[in-house]
Design a protein around this ligand. Structure first.
Ligand SMILES: O=P(O)(O)OC[C@H]1O[C@](O)(CO)[C@@H](O)[C@@H]1O
Length: 273
């Protein structure tokens, strides 16, 4: 088993990102940072974890499943755990009513697609799981952790006239014109510790040290992201504080005595095609 180590981060500038990030993050002078990625380690290549910080809307977009992805691409299911939200922050997931492909296409072209989507209010602790094919957009004023399949395959349907590439044809081929299923929405208050146990990844939120059930659920390779406090490897070689991410070969190799709130992530049972 390779020793635990802190993962390198990658800051990604986005038109919808922020000039000023909440502590402990800091955007380089003059850069509008939207995403902070933790580079997936070779021992756990299936999942990618990012922080997202918005000041404007993301594109209206959709991702393919593994089955729909072309060679060289990967499917992308994702979930969002909201960390902080402006009082009026919202995100769009799914349609208000069933819509056909022709209607989605026309609405993407004339910009009315925003009005066809369901805009959900978002507060700290809210949780949203997005199966592939779910049309979505994240609104301004949100800080969240995104756990996703390790894939960068995004099809933009509409981008508010911003000069970025659209992928209408491929997006329409995978977009599901249906309302968002309520079962995919949750919260820390309602779900407690085990937040998502899906085909592609598992996400837990642990306060203090993990209990026996969590140890059983995280027997193999995992990522530990402290939100409050710090996690260290028992050999003392690696440490992560808030805003950082540790890779470890097993949960048992980590010491949580300085941890207050930590996210744990591991791969699910389905391997990318
Ligand atoms: O195309 P945009 O608006 O930059 O959004 C892309 C981003 O949206 C997300 O898919 C979240 O919905 C991120 O994983 C991705 O990097």
């Amino acid at each position: 088993m390779t020793p635990a180590r802190r993962l390198p981060t990658r800051m990604v500038a986005k038109v919808w990102g922020r000039d000023h990030l909440p502590a402990p993050f800091a955007a380089p002078e003059g850069e509008r940072i939207g995403e902070i990625w933790f580079e997936p380690p070779p021992e756990l290549p299936q999942v990618l974890v990012k922080y997202l910080f918005t000041s404007e809307k993301l594109s209206v977009q959709v991702h393919p499943s593994d089955m729909q992805a072309l060679p060289g691409e990967a499917g992308k299911e994702e979930c969002w755990l909201v960390l902080d939200a402006d009082p009026d922050a919202r995100l769009a997931i799914g349609f208000e009513r069933e819509v056909g492909s022709a209607e989605i296409e026309a609405a993407a072209q004339d910009g009315t697609i925003e009005g066809l989507l369901t805009w959900h209010s978002a507060r700290a602790g809210d949780l949203f799981y997005l199966p592939a094919g779910t049309v979505h957009a994240i609104g301004p004023g949100l800080s969240l952790v995104e756990v996703q399949q390790n894939s960068d395959t995004t099809f933009r349907l509409y981008d508010y006239g911003r000069p970025r590439e659209l992928h209408l044809e491929r997006g329409l081929a995978v977009a599901q014109g249906v309302p968002y299923a309520e079962e995919h929405r949750g919260s820390v208050a309602a779900r407690g510790q085990a937040l998502i146990d899906g085909p592609h990844f598992r996400l837990d939120r642990v306060e203090g040290a993990p209990d026996a059930a969590t140890h059983a659920a995280f027997a193999g390779a995992l990522l530990a992201l402290p939100l409050v406090g710090a996690v260290v490897s028992r050999d003392g070689a690696a440490r992560a504080g808030a805003g950082e991410c540790l890779y470890a070969g097993s949960l048992a190799s980590l010491d949580f005595s300085g941890a207050e709130v930590t996210l744990l992530v591991r791969a699910g049972q389905v391997r990318a095609a």
